[in-house]
Design a protein around this ligand. Structure first.
Ligand SMILES: Nc1ncnc2c1ncn2[C@@H]1O[C@H](COP(=O)(O)OP(=O)(O)OP(=O)(O)O)[C@@H](O)[C@H]1O
Length: 287
């Protein structure tokens, strides 16, 4: 049985002429312990896909199954790391993480909770900032809190919606490694949504392209057989990596061009003449 399964899933927003058909006929199977990355263009429906799997929204058609059961709402079994670091502004770092730990481990004593919070905050090198409020942190630090908050709940599935896209290269690289460490150590299942092909290849077992919408569908998938742990610098000299990277980027460029050409439309302007009265524009005449 597939761990996560999407069967003929479609999703639209709005009604009438405002209706946007975002995803159409999505079929996806993720096995337990797998790390899958979905790459796609901005606005192609990546967040919509993650929201469907997390249970934040429901499909119009088709089914989303988790361990064979329909997803009916969010659950801490499926932890989401969002693109924007949605922290509670009135709670400090420790308490933002602490609240998540309390929710996931209801039977923990206060001491157990504190130990877990400290362990996870340390993991992203934020121990000196544990008492700080989100407004006192940089964007990168907030995103690290957001990542550690999701991971501290020990979710069975880690769903990531471009969690690292706003970070500088160094912080991004460190967090990629932290996420991989936890995924590998605790044998999690992970789905990463990204617009960065390199990030996908570094982290995932499989990359699937999301074709741009409206009515976005999943495109081809690429198996990544590169040995783990993967080192970013070493990969740059790896022929298999280079070949895979080129293949995926070429595919994305090709579907991007197709989308651009489909969008090119000719508009005919109405043949009208200005109706202004001459007296308002002395010295200017209209033919
Ligand atoms: N709640 C909503 N109501 C109306 N339209 C929506 C809603 N959510 C998403 N959309 C539309 O669906 C399309 C896909 O949005 P989505 O956020 O899933 O794309 P994305 O690939 O994650 O984009 P980005 O890379 O910019 O984050 C967009 O055209 C967006 O305007």
């Amino acid at each position: 049985m597939a761990y996560i399964e999407l069967k003929n899933v479609s999703k639209s927003f709005g009604t009438g002429s405002d209706r946007t058909e975002v995803l159409s006929n999505i079929n996806l199977t993720i096995e337990e312990g797998e790390f899958v990355a979905i790459v796609g263009f901005t606005g192609s429906g990546k967040t919509t896909l993650i929201n469907l799997i997390s249970g934040l929204i429901m499909p119009d058609e088709g089914e989303v199954l988790f361990k064979g059961m329909p997803v009916t709402g969010p659950s801490h079994e499926r932890g989401v790391i969002f693109q924007n670091y949605s922290l509670l502004p009135w709670l400090n770092v420790g308490n933002n993480v602490g609240m998540a730990v309390k929710e996931a481990f209801k039977k923990f004593t206060k001491k157990q909770r504190r130990n877990r919070v400290e362990e996870y905050v340390e993991m992203v090198n934020l121990s000196p900032a544990i008492g700080k409020l989100p407004k006192e942190l940089s964007g990168g630090m907030r995103q690290r809190v957001s990542v550690t908050r999701a991971l501290s709940m020990s979710p069975e599935v880690i769903l990531m919606d471009e969690p690292l896209s706003a970070l500088d290269a160094l912080t991004r690289g460190n967090l990629q490694q932290e996420i991989l460490k936890i995924w590998n150590k605790d044998k999690k299942t992970a789905l990463l949504i990204t617009n960065d092909v390199d990030e996908g290849i570094l982290m995932a077992d499989r990359i699937i392209a999301l074709k741009p919408g409206p009515k976005a569908t999943l495109g081809p998938e690429y198996k990544i057989n590169l040995e783990r742990p993967r080192d970013k610098t070493a990969l740059n000299h790896n022929d298999e990596y280079k070949k895979l990277r080129n293949t995926i980027i070429e595919y994305l460029i090709q579907i991007g061009e197709q989308r651009a050409s489909q969008k090119e439309m000719t508009y005919t302007l109405p043949d009208i003449k200005p109706q202004f009265k001459q007296r308002y524009f002395k010295g200017v005449s209209f033919s």
